[in-house]
Structures are given as C-alpha cells and as structure tokens.
Design a protein around this ligand. Structure first.
Ligand code: ADP
Ligand code: SF4
Length: 717
C-alpha cells in the first residue's frame, strides 16, 4: 500500500471510566405504583410506522431498547376501539382479545431483558379519521376531523353522556387486555392535542353538562379514565398518565398552559395516577428538531409538576448527555429520564453510561427522520442509527456485526456519511480498511451542512464515527488525498467502495424542469455557498457573503429556486437573509420546504423566514434569468412575472459523482479488482440517513452472497 498522504492526527478517546458511582442515581430502581422500574431510563411512547401492521418488526425493535438498558419500554399510541381508527397511520391496536398475542410479542421481548413494558391506550376523538373502519368518532362537540391528512372531510359527533360511558368501558376493556398481554404500565393519555380526554379539558369543550364548564367538570372524564383503569388493573399494573402541560398557543388562544389550567389540573389529580409523564403539545412542540430547540427545551414548562405530586415524574427533552440527565434529576425537574429519539439513535445508551463508555454514545442529532416513519407510513428510520427498523427484517443489531470472512483489504474513497459508516462497520467486522478523502477533514456533506444556521448538532454524525474509527486499529484514514482511477488501482486494494458524493446542479434542472434554464444571470449552488475555507476563523455566513460579493459585486437581491423541497432552500434563505440580503424563495411545490412537514418543521421554517422578511412564492418555477432579474412562471395558471435579483441560488437536483465508478468498471471486468461498489449520494443522491444506511449495508453485505433476484429482508405478511 503506498502512502497516499498524511494521515489525519486524531486523539483516540479510549476512555473506559467507571461512571457508575457518578451517575448512580440514573441506575437506582424506582417504584411506580405496584411495579418497580430497574433504573431511570424510560422509553416513552413513540410511533414507529410498524404498528399493528408489522408487529414482529415493532416488538423486536422494542426488545432491542430493553437489551440496551432502558428500564421501561412503551408502545406507541394504541387504539382501544374501532371508532378510534388512526388509519392511514400504522399505530398500535387493542380492539379485541385477538390483539393480545401480538402484544405478547412485545412484552416478552421487553421482559426478557428485565425491563417493564408500558402501553399507551388512546381514544383519539377528532384526530381519528376512521378511514378504515368508516365509523363516526366521538368528540367533545361535533368538530372537523384533524386526523389522516389533517384536512379529511367530515366531523365527529358530539359525544352524549352515554357515549362517554361507552368510551370508558372500551378503555377499561382495553386495559384488561393489556394486563393479559403482560403489560406492567397502562397509560391514560391526554397529550399531543389528539385525545378525547385532552379535548374535553381544553378550548374544544363547550358542553353544558357535567363534562363542560368548570375546570373540574372538564377534567372529569380524564379523572374517570384514571379511576376506571386503576380499578380494573391497578392491583398489578401501574397506571400512568401522559399529559401535555402546554400547547404553546399563547394566552389569547385559550390553549392549555403550564402556568394556567395545566397547573390546576395537575394539582387536582396529583396523587391519582402512579406516574406523571408530562410534555408539550402538539407533536411538533414535543419533538422539536435541533434546528429549533435544544436539549432540555421542555424543562421550563414541566418543572412545576414535581412540586405538586409525590408520584414519579417522567419528562423528555432529547437528553443525550448523562450530565444533563443527572442535572435534570438533581434539580428536581423529573425523577425519570424519558426519551424517544435518544433511544432510537442509541438503543444502548443506558448500558453505555453504566459501563462508562460515554464517547460510544451515538447521540441523536434532532433531525426527525425517525418521525417520517410514522408520517410516511413506513418502518422507522434513523440518521444516526442505520439498524433502526431493521432489527427483525434484516436481523441487524445496533452494536454487533458479523466477523470478517477474509483477510482482504478494502479501499473506500470518500469520507462523507456513507464512506465513514462503511469504513467504521467494516472495521468493526475486522477488515483492514483504507479510507481516503480529498478534503482535509472527514465528513463530506455533513461537514459543510452542519455549519449552516442551526444545524450544528448534525456534526454528531461525523463525530461519533470518527471517534469509533479512531478506536479501531485496522482502519486507516488518509485525508487531503484526492484519488484518480489510476491512484486507486495503484493502491492495490482488491476491493473498492466509492462514496464520492454528489454535486448540486447549476442549470435548474430537477423534478420540474427537464431542460436547463436559459439566461446569463449570476448562478450559485449550495456547494458554492458551503464551500468553506476551513482555515478561516470568520463565520460561514460572512465567508459566503464575501465570496459571493467577489463574484457578483453589490449583491443585494438573491432569488433562491427550491426544487429540492427539504431543508436546504430554507436554510440558505435563512443564511443569506440573516446577513443582510433581500431574499426571495420560490418553489414549484404548494408549500415552502414541502417535505419538512413530515419532520414536523414546516410551520417553524415559514415563521423563521417570515421573521427574516424573506419573500415566499409557492407554485412557481424559474423560466429564465438575466444579470438583474428572473422570469418566473406559475405552474398552475402559467402566468409569468419578472422579479428583480442580482443572483440566483439553484437548489434543485444533484449530479452523482460517479465518474470514478465508470472508469474503474473495466478493471473489475479484467479481474484487476475483486469487487467494486458505489454507495450513498454517488450512487443515488438522497438524505443523509440514506447515505449512512448505504454505508452500513455495504459493510454488512461485504463478502456475503447477495442474490439480486431476492428481496434481501424478511416480510411480515
Ligand atoms: P455521501 O453523502 O454519499 O457520504 P458526501 O458528498 O457527503 O457523500 O461525501 C463524499 C466525499 O467524497 C467528500 O468528502 C469528497 O471530498 C470525497 N471525494 C469525492 N471524490 C473523491 C475522490 N476522487 N477522491 C477522494 N475523495 C473524494
Ligand atoms: Fe435523532 Fe434524527 Fe435519529 Fe430521530 S432520526 S433519533 S432525530 S438522529
């Protein structure tokens, strides 16, 4: 192997400190009603896209959390009756005794590792579209359906007192089934702006019977649910509540508020449940992305709860640092650390803390790709953890991987998320891996994108992988090493994996335009704007602007054309607007940053761009450009208009950097290489999660027989 360049010097953090005494409190058992959780790590209910449709996938994923040390592992929201049918979403179902065996899969998988299993029972009122059951749901009043797409035609019917009695009966029956299925904790759910119990307590309740009017009346139904559940299963099961203490709607909107009615509701019910699991409503506020909220962001809202009850309190806040967890308990914010996303990114987080392997924790980056499993009706995925959702169907374990099958050496070109993950996982298998990158620093697109406004946590994708790579002696990283096909063949490795990324198009072609946009305007791409001078100490925004100014003096008005529809167009608009540019963002989609609705960010993006005075124009494509203007066309009416601009940023398709692959293919055919694989954005540009997955897949499949005619995973039928 010839020396390609200077290996990057990185300090190996091979710390293995005994942290158990320092973080002792996190590992103390805690009594929850009649049951005892083995520690303070609690996987709160979270959707996962498997639901009732793929119970084996769901149960195996939950079992993995228990194996990784989570003391309590809960289900997703679970429909108690066919009139609360959440289709097209795939959630849990416990409509009848026939559902019990399905849930036993999960309780057994969780109990096997000494953890408790919790189930979140729900009757979802107008959040249930009942598209499958065709039933009418009960609401506090007859009100528009918000389930399904959010805008399904139809309304609930106003629940009569007899209807409310029915719901109580269904809830009670579901609790009894849950107990039979082996659950240790049974939830009464009033959160996320989604349940009948919540709506009866909130602004949606205009009833004049004993369930409406005073706060006591509005809380009556929730109180009854808790009492019924305790009576039905409370001898052996803990009865938990999930309660949203604030809707972040502001005082005028009459939403539930932490320093208003929520406070009084907790005070009223304080000792009734065995556990308070408290959070924010709606889901976008609860699972805020790192672009809009940081670790511990809910503390301000939930901290009052512990002052009103002696029962254990669980809270969430995307805690990934054991010090923050410890601090949240020591400051009396909560007794138990609740987590959905941190448990998805690292199912083994508790065990790693217990073993003192803090730098092995794969920290959640707060991107909400996991949420898109639910919102796009597919099994859960995770940017940081490529094994998430693959536990049953591919048999992937987040910590373990099969050992190497040969002594062959592998050369990986490109150290972006795909190359880094492929190198790490192949190294973990025991292979001798050479990883190269043209740049001085590893990370590829993540290195560049994490320097954009508020995306800094995304760097964790690189940091975790570099830390792991530094611990694996058989991986060698050569930075500042641009590779040609000749270099690659001379390097002599029999196996080559190309992870060379992709380049943003400059010509405007993409989903909507199949020909280059004509014109002589000044064009930038995201690559231009992110092309950092890593040695400079000025901020990215300033560097970008001065670079742009060099190329197009007196740049003032910038038009961004976004046919990518995820975060990039909006983030660049933010970057430029924050630095004094007059920005117009146009998109052919009916919504700005269309796909971010599935990561629960879209409304926040609009708000931020609005606050930065960015002009937003939906349903438009760019037709042509000059140095001072762009002509745009409304894709629905075909109306044309001209917008003044000094430069245009094209955020459209990307071109795979696959030239090396095509150059090397003859060498493969001639037997000079044993294998050649192209992965990640170089194969087919996609989101970062897909690049990490592609890297992991390449490592798992290396030296294995893969039959292209067969589906490479098990299917639940
Ligand atoms: P992915 O998302 O698929 O991992 P990225 O674009 O993030 O792709 O990363 C690709 C990486 O490959 C970049 O860091 C880039 O510098 C590197 N790269 C591209 N071409 C070469 C090459 N010929 N030699 C070495 N490194 C390369
Ligand atoms: Fe965290 Fe993103 Fe993984 Fe979700 S997908 S757990 S937000 S890293």
């Amino acid at each position: 192997m010839r020396v390609l360049s200077f290996p990057t010097l990185q300090v190996a953090h091979n710390k293995k400190i005994n942290m158990t005494s320092r973080y002792d409190i996190l590992f103390q058992p805690i009594k929850i009603g009649p049951v005892t959780a083995p520690n303070r790590f609690y996987q709160v209910p979270h959707c996962n896209g498997f639901g009732y449709r793929m119970p084996l996938g769901m149960a195996t994923m939950r079992g993995m959390k228990a194996e990784g040390g989570w003391g309590v592992v809960c289900t997703e929201e679970t429909e108690i009756h066919y009139t609360s049918d959440l289709s097209p979403y795939f959630e849990g179902r416990i409509w009848s005794d026939d559902d019990i065996p399905t849930w036993q899969l999960m309780t057994e998988a969780v109990h096997k590792h000494g953890a408790l299993a919790g189930i979140e029972l729900t009757y979802n009122s107008h959040d249930a579209a009942n598209l499958y059951s065709r039933a009418s749901a009960f609401g506090p009043r007859s009100m528009g359906i918000t389930g399904g797409s959010g805008y399904e035609p139809g309304q609930t019917r106003a629940a009569t007192k007899d209807d409310l009695k029915q719901v109580r009966k269904w809830h009670r029956n579901a609790a009894i089934r849950a107990k039979k299925a082996g659950f240790d904790i049974v939830y009464c759910y009033a959160a996320h702006n989604m349940t009948l119990a919540f709506h009866l307590m909130s602004k949606d309740n205009d009833r004049t019977d004993e369930y409406g009017g005073s706060l006591e009346n509005r809380t009556r139904f929730f109180r009854e649910l808790i009492e019924d559940t305790k009576e039905a299963v409370g001898d052996t099961c803990a009865v938990a509540v999930r309660f949203a203490v604030d809707e972040l709607l502001g005082k005028d909107a009459r939403g539930v508020q932490f320093d208003g009615e929520a406070h009084d509701i907790v005070a009223m019910l304080a000792e009734l449940p065995d556990l308070w699991d408290v959070n924010l409503s709606n889901w976008a506020n609860d699972s805020v992305t790192s672009r809009f909220g940081k670790e511990g962001h809910q503390e301000k809202y939930i901290s009052f709860v512990k002052k009103l009850t002696t029962k254990p309190v669980v809270g969430v806040g995307r805690y990934t640092s054991p010090d923050s967890m410890l601090s949240a308990i020591e400051r009396g914010i909560m007794d138990i650390i609740g987590a959905a996303r941190p448990s998805i990114a690292d199912p083994f987080l508790p065990n790693k803390i217990r073993e003192g392997r803090l730098d092995d924790i794969r920290e959640c980056i707060g991107c909400n790709i996991c949420v898109t499993g639910d919102t796009r009706f597919v099994p859960i995925r995770c940017t940081q953890n490529p094994t998430m959702g693959e536990e049953w169907r591919r048999g992937w374990h987040p910590e373990n991987i099969q050992s190497k099958k040969s002594e062959d050496e592998i050369l990986i070109v490109g150290a972006g998320p795909a190359g880094l993950e492929a190198a790490r996982a192949l190294g973990q298998r025991g292979y001798h891996v050479i990883l190269t990158d043209a740049r001085r620093e590893a990370g590829g697109r993540v290195l560049l994108e994490s320097a954009l406004p508020n995306l800094n946590e995304w760097r964790r994708v690189i940091d975790w992988r570099i830390t792991q790579i530094n611990k694996i002696k058989n991986i060698f990283f050569y930075s500042s090493s641009p590779m040609t096909a000749k270099d690659i063949l001379e390097a002599g490795a029999p196996h080559v994996i190309l992870a060379t990324g992709a380049t943003w198009r400059r010509d405007g072609m993409g989903r909507h335009l199949s020909r280059p946009v004509p014109g002589n305007g000044k064009i930038f791409t995201p690559d231009d704007l992110m092309d950092l001078n890593m040695g400079s100490d000025s901020s990215l925004a300033l560097r970008v602007l001065s670079k742009m100014q060099e190329q197009a003096p007196a740049l003032q008005k910038i038009l961004i054309y976004d046919d990518d529809h995820y975060y990039m167009g909006g983030v660049l608009a933010e970057l430029l607007a924050e630095n004094g540019c007059d920005v117009t963002l146009i998109t052919p989609a009916p919504l700005i940053s269309y796909w971010t609705q599935f990561t629960l960010e879209q409304e926040r993006i609009i708000k931020r761009l609005h606050d930065l005075n960015v002009t937003l124009l939906e349903n438009h494509v760019i037709a042509s450009h000059t140095p001072t203007s762009a002509t745009v066309t409304n894709i629905i009416t075909s109306a044309e208009s001209t917008l003044a601009c000094d430069a245009i940023v094209m955020v459209t398709d990307r071109i795979p950097n696959d030239a090396l692959y095509h150059e090397l293919k003859p060498a493969l055919a001639e037997g000079k290489l044993k294998s050649l694989r192209i992965i990640g954005d170089a194969e087919a540009p996609n989101i970062i999660a897909q690049a990490v997955f592609a890297g992991h897949l390449a490592a798992r499949e290396f030296d294995e027989q893969v039959n292209p005619d067969e589906t490479p995973f098990k299917i639940e039928r």
